[in-house]
Design a binder for this molecule. Sequence first.
Ligand code: 5CA
Ligand code: ZN
Length: 409
Amino acid sequence: MHAWPASDVPALPGTGRALRLHDSATGGLVAVEPGPVARLYVCGITPYDATHLGHAATYNAFDLVQRVWLDTKHQVQYVQNVTDVDDPLLERANATGDDWTALAERETALFREDMTALRMLPPAHYIGAVEAIPRIVPLIERLREAGAAYDLDGDTYFSVDCDPHFGSVSGFDATVMRALSAERGGDPERPGKKNPLDPMLWMAARPGEPSWDGASLGAGRPGWHIECVAIALEHLGMGFDVQGGGSDLVFPHHEMGASHAQVLTGDYPYAKAYVHAGMVALNGEKMSKSKGNLVFVSALRRAGVDPAAIRLALLAHHYRSDWEWTDAVLEQAQERLDRWRAAVSRPDGPSAEALVDEIRTALADDLDAPAALAAVDAWAARQQAAGGTDTGAPGLVSRAVDALLGVAL
Ligand code: 5CA
Ligand code: ZN
């Protein structure tokens, strides 16, 4: 699939700062130490509805990761998937009488537009589940040959007990895992499984559902976790730097993905850090397509809201916190955007080298975007109160805010 166009990332004077991120597997901050090419996999959308503010907040967090890496002169190999065939997508298409491929294409196109408007840097590889099927099938066959997958009435399951490291991503106990599995696409109650937590790798064709040739697996469609593993292993390989997504993906999705890959390759770990964004809520509940309590990026854009204000609203919250979207959040962001634009439109101002370093330091410290915004606020306040004589300062602030925060002033 094609991704979306990249906005320019201005180069900044001075040196970037090495990134530390919170890793769900260790439960603490880790120094992210990529090689010359930093490798990032971020789980993409299931395109059955438009991009909401929760999605945008999660992609904003990993866009910052990319921007910090670019600022520290790394090349970035960024991969994202699109879950363009899965139960919720097929259910929605059935309910509305839509063709499922048309629904997926329409919503993916809208997502690209939203990401472009928000100045999110695109992945180098943007891969759909459907186009990954030829890579997925041989991986499942290999798992079966290794004795790590088994057949249950034509469906193929992964045996979590084959991975000695199973549980190391989430650290959850069996009771919590079982509850989350039931909630998030698993089927712990299905009789005949070796372990109730075992996830499906390949679902045999069901009447009225799309299916593909699965070679020795028979006709069917891929399970969710193996989709991301096939795409990540092809484009990044084992031991990549960051596996990203929202906190609702810690278990089962990222736990199972790591297990699939570790059993397949005999190597450990799948990713060096598992990084998770908090959940954005609306009216006291997690924004989710299934609950329908959504604010869409595209709807805000249609209503004339400046995408830069949406981006500042996201940046005003630490990526790991759970937070609530309200009209006031957007109003404050718009007001901040106006203040910043007024400050950088002056011909001179207080010098800004220290500000650039403050933004870098804040982001390097587990993406502390609110601290970065506070630093820019302080510079804008000094500009308003006393002005300054540095004619390069307004331009430098604009470039830094663009390069490091993705906001065009
Ligand atoms: N296609 C899978 C990942 S392979 C999926 O989870 N798709 S999704 O459309 O449901 O979510 C896309 C991304 O947005 C995921 O990283 C998910 O964790 C994140 N996300 C979903 N809802 C919210 C929310 N309310 N707040 C923050 N992030 C969210
Ligand atoms: Zn995924």
